[in-house]
Design a protein around this ligand. Structure first.
Ligand SMILES: NC(=O)c1ccc[n+]([C@@H]2O[C@H](COP(=O)([O-])OP(=O)(O)OC[C@H]3O[C@@H](n4cnc5c(N)ncnc54)[C@H](OP(=O)(O)O)[C@@H]3O)[C@@H](O)[C@H]2O)c1
Length: 282
């Protein structure tokens, strides 16, 4: 029987991955921070699907805890055949409004954890000449919507390069790039998504089903739904200034703020040096 390790498996896409994988006979290792919630999910899945479910409570932004997950991936006996790097979250507010510690923690979860766990899994899987890695990225990675978007851009490029490096080893790497999906993601980040039209939303079961199909085929990129595949093509061919104008809400919001307007007025009056060359703005 195959075994999958899924990070971020207490809600949203990760929870759905856990259920669908158990439904196709996979044993599971579930990783998230919330021990109680993990335990409850494990119990329900065991009851319904009669598979073995281990739980590993870990905050992936913490290096020692991340290491415990990496070590689990290298177990030569209780082998993991599929790694799903899914855990992630958004932060509310522009780059300057959020403390740098919070940014670092988020980057550690979204990028460092993916790097470390992919490394552990790929090395072990290559020895067995069998296995798959599925990294949950985002179409946001094609936009300019802050550090989150930049980190997802990293996940996509990293996964594409890993897939090339793994060619011929029997191990595959796939990046999943969803658009908006109905999960706890936006609520947890206190992001207002009320204004988004219904058509923009995808449902987690559909996204996960498509992602697992693409992973089984060894596809490098998985972009569920025609509408989001079209959007991704548009974002690739559109001029970057247009992408920036369309997808930088925080930048736009700050441009509206009085502080920035004031400094822009000053800059345009002086118009001699770039702002960073001036000695004193007081
Ligand atoms: N929803 C969307 O519209 C959307 C679109 C594109 C991409 N994505 C990506 O999809 C992935 C899953 O998000 P989701 O939408 O399913 O959100 P979600 O419902 O909020 O689930 C996020 C999961 O990640 C876990 N998690 C968060 N930080 C963690 C950490 N430091 N260590 C371990 N586990 C952590 C959470 O569990 P605990 O709180 O128990 O730790 C939870 O299980 C993320 O990578 C997200 O960036 C989402």
């Amino acid at each position: 029987m195959a075994r999958a390790l899924v990070t971020g498996s207490t809600s949203g896409l990760g929870l759905e991955f856990a259920w669908q994988l158990a439904g196709t006979g996979h044993d599971l290792v579930l990783v998230s921070r919330d021990q109680d919630r993990l335990g409850a999910v494990a119990e329900q899945i065991r009851d319904v699907h009669k598979v073995t479910v281990e739980v590993l409570a870990a905050d992936l932004s913490d290096r020692p805890q991340l290491e415990r997950v990496a070590i689990r991936l290298t177990d030569p006996v209780e082998r993991v055949d599929l790694l799903v790097n899914n855990a992630g979250y958004g932060l509310r507010g522009g780059f300057l409004e959020v403390g740098v510690d919070d940014h670092e923690k988020q980057m550690d979860t979204l990028m460092k954890a993916v790097l470390v766990l992919s490394h552990a899994a790929a090395r072990t899987m290559v020895q067995r000449r069998k296995g798959a890695i599925l990294n949950v990225s985002s179409l946001a990675g094609y936009t300019t919507a802050g550090p989150y978007a930049a980190s997802k851009s990293w996940v996509t490029v990293f996964t594409e390069s890993l897939a090339m490096e793994l060619k011929g080893t029997g191990v595959t790497a796939t990046a999943l790039l969803p658009g908006f999906v109905q999960t706890e993601f936006h609520e947890r980040a206190s992001m207002s998504v009320d204004g988004l039209p219904r058509i923009t939303w995808l449902k987690a079961p559909y996204v996960v089903e498509q992602a697992l199909k693409d992973t089984a085929k060894g596809n490098v990129l998985s972009i569920p739904s025609v509408k989001y595949r079209t959007a991704s093509e548009f974002s690739r061919i559109a001029p970057r200034p247009l992408i920036r104008a369309l997808t930088s809400p925080d930048w736009y919001r700050r441009m509206q703020s009085r502080t920035v307007k004031r400094s822009l007025r000053k800059a345009s009056r002086r118009n001699l040096h770039a702002p960073w060359q001036r000695e004193d703005e007081a």
